[in-house]
Design a protein. Structure first.
Length: 398
């Protein structure tokens, strides 16, 4: 089997390529969009479209001359896949026709995010995909809103902001359906979760690539290049981030990887809970894999959004961008340390003397005095998006 490694490089150090075992049936092709400061041959491309543009360019321009197996990767592949060299040197002949090769989008402890993405307990749940313990591989499954629901539910906040912007910009309410239609994706059932691997590092056999026509790839390339509506005033919409989530769908992981799991969306609906309130207090417990707690709290005639996670904590008036209480948690903060490794959490919410206090496992995370707004009664508290394994328990429920 002839293998070609296609590297999408901007300014990353590519010394790791020298550790790949040389073979007559292995070719390395580097596409460079950054400085000419590397000592290996490369093909110059304009710096547009992230790695998605590079991959599409390679497929379109080599459609009739593809290797039996193409490994697509970024210039910083080791960062996203610590076992990447072992995967190539030891296991590439054992790859599935469509083979994810990444573990992380962002490893824990790395600036500027610090938190692992995906959370480490979730990575541990996909060990059956690993070739060995030094070569972890992760695949998770998302719903029509690009929210991870399997193996555990958690929300990637930055991507959700992009997703919400796409919804408002295009006037849509189902992002997966929208992308299936505009990218002309095949064999996608919206009633099922779809598989995702991080950082766009994967191997694809020629058969899986040729399962789509060259016009199919040209259509995606055109959207990537020419749909340049704004994300913000000085920033364009980044369709490369969307494609990063869709590569396994584009190459039909469902058909070409025996590890695909058919998971129905209806089995992973995220219920909301309306808490019982007694004496201006509510209490509940729940299990979580990555601490994220979002609530609407109504006090007298005003409703507030409250959010607590290892990254940030805030309280604001609903539908108002102004924060009443806002904390950005750092890697060395007490907030991060208290929330990072918890799975079973006891939460208390109380209003006393015009002060709203929210505690988790007896640690106070929101303590807000409303000052000029005179509040007397907690009217309602709704806890949002608790997955079925959250084992939610309302402590005041009879």
């Amino acid at each position: 089997m002839k293998t070609e490694i296609v590297v999408a490089r901007y300014n990353e150090n590519l010394d790791w390529l020298k550790k790949i075992k040389k073979s007559k049936d292995l070719k390395i092709t580097v596409y460079n969009k950054g400085p000419d400061d590397i000592d290996i041959p490369f093909i110059r491309l304009p710096n547009i479209g992230r790695e998605s543009h590079t991959y599409l360019y390679h497929i379109i321009n080599n459609y009739d001359n593809l290797a039996d197996q193409t490994i697509f990767c970024q210039g910083d592949s080791i960062f996203h896949s610590p076992g990447f060299l072992d995967l190539i040197n030891k296991y590439r002949k054992k790859f599935e026709p469509v083979q994810p090769l990444t573990a992380f989008y962002w490893p824990e402890g790395q600036e500027p995010h610090f938190l692992s993405n995906p959370p480490l307990p979730i990575l541990a749940e996909t060990k059956d995909l690993w070739f060995d313990k030094k070569a972890p591989i992760h695949v998770e499954y998302m719903d029509n809103n690009f929210i991870t629901l399997y193996p555990f539910h958690y929300i990637e906040n930055d991507f959700i902001l992009l997703n919400n912007k796409i919804k408002s910009s295009y006037g849509i309410d189902n992002p997966l359906k929208f992308n299936v239609e505009r990218f002309r994706l095949k064999d996608v059932d919206l009633d099922y979760l779809f598989p995702v691997c991080y950082a766009a590092i994967f191997s694809v056999n020629k058969e899986a690539i040729l399962n789509n026509s060259v016009d199919f790839y040209n259509n995606i390339m055109s959207i990537l290049i020419y749909d340049i509506r704004n994300y913000s005033i000085n920033k364009k919409m980044d369709h490369g981030l969307i494609l990063e989530k869709l590569w396994l769908v584009i190459f039909n992981y469902k058909k070409y990887n025996k590890n695909y799991i058919p998971l129905k969306v209806k089995d992973f609906v995220l219920p909301n809970y309306n808490l019982i309130i007694k004496n201006n207090e509510a209490k509940f417990s729940f299990f979580n894999i990555y601490f994220q707690l979002f609530m609407n709290i109504t006090i007298d005639d005003k409703t507030y959004n409250a959010f607590i996670s290892p990254r940030s904590i805030y309280l604001k008036i609903k539908n108002d961008f102004k924060m009443l209480y806002n904390v950005n948690a750092k890697i060395d903060s007490s907030i991060y340390k208290l929330l990072k490794d918890n799975t079973k959490n006891n939460v208390s919410i109380e209003l006393k003397n015009n002060i709203l206090k929210i505690t988790v496992n007896n640690n106070v995370f929101i303590d807000y005095n409303f000052n000029n707004i005179k509040h007397k009664n907690l009217k309602s508290i709704i806890v949002y998006d608790m997955a079925k394994y959250n084992k939610f328990e309302d402590k005041l429920k009879k």
